[in-house]
Ligand binder design. Structure first.
Ligand code: EPU
Length: 418
């Protein structure tokens, strides 16, 4: 197992380029099941979750070939309709194969993902939506068994704006008979990227990015070439890295408009952000001001940036109140941040962070993907040395983050844990 060693206190400077989005790439890869033939996906990040998605597609019969950031997925012979527990338990997003398999083959058998470190994360709304499209759904031996001759369009009103649920239903409805309307749909940019590739394949989807998505089913879809959007959470993590070190960096290949909620909060905290010719410059203050945040579905403040923003608030001037409203258990980074000397108390879904002048480097343990990023950020700002173990979480979702940070002048290296 690898760990990261960081010697904190360096102000970050220079330029960094953002990779393709993990949370857009995963459903996009899976959507190729709907378009038999050779699909080409570009701007693919190097991540463990991408490798897992490739394994899932291969287990279904796809032939996948990678060349740098380009991945070719031939889905001509996707004939197996079962996604096993072994694969789904490693990555819950694998459950998104359910809708496409059902739409293409009329049946699917997919393992239930089970719990997750950050919350229960049920898939009841995915299943309710597929049932509304006419699927016969049974839960047996830990698997979802779904059948439908041909799915039929329906009006679906989500109880919660769910990203995965919206993606699942958009893919299933693309080949259904008639019109499907998704109400209270998630509005994340990744949903728009998925709708874009599906439309290019020949689907008829309108309204992605709003809370009402209309899908007119078509008989078949054809393979395409598609470029994955930039990773807004990776970009946001670099913005906080500049902010927390009092650095001055330029970020390329990002879409600032995807991060409005974060940008406003960073600006309130005293961070200077400018966008010239699609290069975003981020200049940290001497010490950030304390700012309150509440996580919300897009366009609200992203839960995937909560841990990183908390790391910044640990060194802010004043007290910040952070409420997590998407997942029930997404404060696992708190007990690790305390090891840096942070002053944080939790009550229910709210953390109160009293900023301290300086964090002190410590040995810590990563507990989930975004928690890992928050520990790196704390380590960059802390004095002395920080050692972060269990960074396999990080490798699921950040493409070469230690190399990119080292390129910005951070003293960070990956070593094998003895
Ligand atoms: N929910 C239900 N029932 C469902 C589906 C969701 O109750 O059937 C609940 C969840 O338990 C959660 C809330 O609805 O409390 C929102 O969950 P959502 O379905 O939107 O999340 P997701 O699709 O499972 C994606 C990202 C997450 C990100 C969330 C929220 C991917 C692969 N994952 O998860 O990314 O936090 O949306 O924005 O797109 C990460 O990258 O670190 C990460 C966890």
């Amino acid at each position: 197992m690898d760990k990261l060693i960081i010697k904190g206190g360096k102000k970050l400077t220079g330029e960094v380029s953002v990779s393709g989005s993990k949370n857009a790439a995963l459903p996009i890869f899976i959507s190729t099941i709907l378009a038999p033939g050779l699909n080409e996906i570009r701007n693919v990040p190097f991540l463990r979750d991408i490798n897992t998605t490739i394994k899932v597609l291969e287990s279904l019969g796809a032939v996948v070939e990678g060349n740098g950031n380009i991945v070719r997925i031939d889905t001509t012979h996707v004939n197996n309709v079962e996604a096993t527990y072994d694969l789904v338990k490693t990555m819950r997003a694998s459950v998104l194969v359910l809708g496409p398999l059902l739409a293409r083959h009329g049946r699917a058998r997919v393992s239930l993902p089970g719990g997750c470190a950050i919350g229960a994360r049920p898939i009841n709304l995915h299943l309710k939506g597929l049932a509304a499209l006419g699927a016969d759904i049974r839960l047996e031996h830990g698997y979802v068994e779904a059948k439908a001759k041909r799915l039929k369009g329906a009006r679906i009103n989500f109880d919660i704006a769910t990203v995965g649920g919206t993606e699942q239903l958009m893919m299933a409805a693309a080949l259904a008979k008639g019109e499907t309307v998704l109400e209270n749909a998630a509005r994340e940019p990744e949903i728009i990227d998925l709708a874009d590739i599906l439309n290019r394949m020949g689907a008829k989807i309108e309204g992605a990015g709003t809370d009402t998505i209309r899908i007119t089913g078509v008989k078949e879809l054809a393979p395409v070439t598609h470029d994955v959007m930039p990773d807004r959470i990776e970009a946001g993590t670099f913005m906080v890295a500049a902010a927390i070190t009092g650095g001055d960096i330029k970020i390329r290949n990002m879409k600032l408009e995807h991060l409005d909620a974060l940008v406003f909060k960073l600006q309130d905290a005293g961070v200077e952000i400018t966008n010239r010719d699609n290069v975003v410059r981020v200049k940290g203050p001497r010490r950030p001001r304390a700012i309150n945040i509440k996580t919300r579905p897009y366009p609200g403040f992203p839960t995937d940036m909560q841990a990183q923003f908390m790391a910044l608030m640990c060194v802010a001037d004043g007290a910040s109140v952070i409420s997590e409203n998407i997942f029930e258990n997404r404060f696992m980074h708190v007990s690790e941040l305390l090891r840096f000397g942070a002053d944080i108390t939790i009550e229910g879904n709210t953390a109160t962070v009293k900023g301290v002048k300086k964090l002190s480097g410590a040995p810590v343990m990563a507990t989930d993907l975004r928690a890992s990023a928050s520990l790196i950020l704390a380590g960059l700002a802390a004095d002395n040395t920080t050692e972060i173990s269990r960074i396999y979480h990080l490798d699921r979702g950040y493409d070469s983050i230690e190399k990119k940070l080292a390129g910005l002048g951070a003293d960070i290296k990956r070593v094998k844990e003895s």
